[in-house]
Design a protein around this ligand. Structure first.
Ligand code: ZN
Length: 459
C-alpha cells in the first residue's frame, strides 16, 4: 500500500487525508491528493497557544507547527509538537491576527507507530460572538462558546500499519471555509493502550483565500541532516559534529569549536594514559534540544551539547564545556568496574574535578574560572567538586606532585582509586592536604583565622 486516502464531507466542507506508510514516507511530505506543507502561509505569521493539555518535554515546542520546517525522519521528537505522554491530547488555539478568508487548513504528521495518525476536531471563530471564549478548556464545548465546528478529522486506518506520514486537507468546494480569525484544534490521542498515543504534529498550514496562489507559497523544508566530520591533528581520531537541529551554530562550531577539539582531544589522551588503554577513536558531538537545564554531557564516545545553553554562551563557556566533556570521554571510568569484582568506586568530586582541572588550569588558565575568592571561600573544600576541586588539584599538583592527575586518573580508570593514594603520592593525607590548601587561600585572601571546627572533618 503506497497511500490510503479518503474524503469525508461535513456539509460542503471536505476533509481529504492521505497516509504514506513508513516505507513510502519521505522528508518532503509528498501526497497525491493533499497539497505539500508550505511556509509563508497565514499560519506562519500567526501564534499558536496551548489552551488545554500539557506539552511533552521532549517535544520541539509549538513553533514546530508553523516554522516551515519538517522532520527529516520518522522519529524526531524535537522536530514535532506533541502532547504529554500518557495524556489524552489537548487544545491548541491559533490566532491569525485578524479576520481572513480561509481557503484551506492542512495538517501533517509523521511517526513510526501510533503517533502518526491524526485525530482532532477543528473549530473556527471570528471572535465577535457575545459568548465567545477564546481559550475553552476541555470541559467546555467550543460550540457553546462562540466557536463553529468546521471538521472532525480521524485518519486512523481501520486495519494495518499505523506508522508513517499523514496529510490532512480541510477545504470547501466553493473555495472558502469562511471568514475567521481564530482556529481551535481539539486533539485526541490515537490510542490508550500505552502512553504513546499523542500525534507527532509536524506542520499546520492555513492558506488565505486572498493570498497569492498556492504555488507561489514556498514548500516547507525538511530538516536536512547537518553533519561535519573531521580528524584530529595527528589523523588518529575522527569526530562527527551533528548540527541538524541548530544550523545557526554550524559556522561557530566549525570555526571555534572544531580547532579546539582537534588540538585538545589528542592532548588529553596523551595526558591521561594507563596500561593497555585506548581512548575512543571516533567521537560524536551532537547538538540537542531536549537536555533540560544540563549544558553538556558525555557518555561512551558521544558528547551532547544543549543548543539553548550554547546559543547563550558562545562567547563564554561553550568551548570550555566541550573540553570538560572530552576529558570524560577519555576517562572511561566505568569500564574496569564492569570486569573487576574488587573494583573501587571513584568519588564524583574526583571524576568531575579532573576534567575541570584540565579545562580551567591547562586549557584556559587566562579565564581564571576556578579561583578561590572571598565570595566562595566558605565552600573551599577539597571535595567541593567541579572547579573548587579543580583548584585543589592544581594546588596539590604544583606543590607536591606534577603527575598527580595522571596517577589519579589511571587509578580511577582501573577501579583501584582509594583515599590512601593521596598519602602515597604526596606524603600527606587527603584531609591534611585539604586543610593546608584552604589555609593557604585564607592567608592569601587576608581572612580571619578559623576555629578547628571549621577546618576539620568532612561531614
Ligand atoms: Zn562532568
Amino acid at each position: 500500500m503506497i497511500a490510503l486516502s479518503a474524503v469525508v464531507s461535513l456539509g460542503d466542507i471536505q476533509v481529504a487525508f492521505e497516509h504514506n506508510d513508513s516505507a513510502h514516507a519521505g522528508p518532503a511530505f509528498r501526497f497525491r491528493n493533499v497539497p505539500p506543507p508550505m511556509r509563508g502561509d497565514a499560519a506562519a505569521r500567526a501564534n499558536f497557544t496551548l489552551v488545554d493539555g500539557v506539552m511533552d518535554r521532549n517535544s520541539g515546542g509549538l513553533e514546530r507547527l508553523n516554522d516551515g520546517r519538517l522532520p527529516a525522519e520518522e522519529d524526531q521528537p524535537a522536530e514535532n509538537f506533541f502532547f504529554n505522554a500518557g495524556t489524552d491530547g489537548g487544545r491548541l488555539q491559533l490566532d491569525l491576527g485578524s479576520v481572513i478568508e480561509i481557503k484551506r487548513v492542512s495538517s501533517y504528521s509523521w511517526h513510526s507507530s501510533d503517533r502518526g495518525p491524526q485525530v482532532y476536531r477543528l473549530y473556527a471563530s471570528d471572535g465577535t460572538d457575545e459568548k465567545f471564549e477564546g481559550r475553552p478548556k476541555g470541559g467546555n464545548d467550543p460550540a457553546q462558546c462562540g466557536w463553529r465546528l468546521i471538521a472532525s478529522v480521524d485518519t486512523r486506518p481501520a486495519s494495518g500499519e499505523r506508522g508513517g506520514q499523514y496529510g490532512v486537507n480541510i477545504s470547501n468546494a466553493d473555495g472558502s471555509l469562511g471568514r475567521y480569525r481564530y482556529l481551535l484544534f481539539a486533539c485526541s490521542q490515537t490510542e490508550s493502550d500505552d502512553p504513546f498515543g499523542n500525534t507527532f504534529y509536524s506542520e499546520i498550514d492555513v492558506v488565505d483565500a486572498n493570498a497569492p496562489p498556492t504555488d507561489e507559497l514556498l514548500a516547507a523544508q525538511p530538516a536536512e541532516p547537518i553533519q561535519k566530520t573531521f580528524t584530529a591533528a595527528d589523523g588518529k581520531y575522527q569526530f562527527t559534529m551533528d548540527l541538524t537541529l541548530a544550523p545557526d551554530l554550524a559556522e561557530w562550531a566549525e570555526q571555534e569549536l572544531q580547532p579546539v577539539v582537534q588540538e585538545w582531544y589528542p592532548k588529553i589522551v596523551a595526558m591521561l594514559p594507563s596500561e593497555g588503554f585506548e581512548a575512543p577513536a571516533r567521537v560524536t558531538i551532537v547538538f540537542r534540544d531536549n537536555m533540560g537545564g544540563t549544558p553538556a554531557s558525555a557518555g561512551g564516545s558521544r558528547i551532547n551539547c544543549n543548543i539553548g545553553w550554547f546559543r547563550r554562551n558562545l562567547k563564554g563557556e561553550a568551548v570550555g564545556s566541550v573540553v570538560h566533556e572530552m576529558v570524560h570521554i577519555v576517562q572511561q571510568y566505568g569500564r574496569a568496574r564492569r570486569n573487576n569484582p574488587n573494583a573501587t568506586r571513584t568519588p564524583g568530586w574526583v571524576t568531575e574535578g579532573i576534567p575541570d582541572y584540565i579545562r580551567w588550569f591547562l586549557y584556559e588558565p587566562q579565564s581564571k574560572g576556578a579561583e578561590i575568592t572571598a565570595r566562595n571561600f566558605a565552600r573551599a573544600r577539597y571535595d567541593g567538586n567541579y572547579r573548587i576541586t579543580a583548584n585543589f588539584l592544581n594546588w596539590v599538583i604544583e606543590k607536591y606532585d606534577q603527575e598527580l592527575h595522571v596517577k589519579l586518573n589511571a587509578a580511577a580508570r582501573e577501579s583501584r582509586y582509594e583515599e590512601g593514594l593521596w598519602k602515597q603520592y604526596t606524603g600527606k593525607t587527603l584531609q591534611e592536604l585539604g586543610d593546608e590548601w584552604r589555609e593557604a587561600h585564607r592567608v592569601r585572601l587576608g581572612l580571619p583565622p578559623e576555629s578547628n571546627e571549621a577546618t576539620s572533618g568532612t561531614n
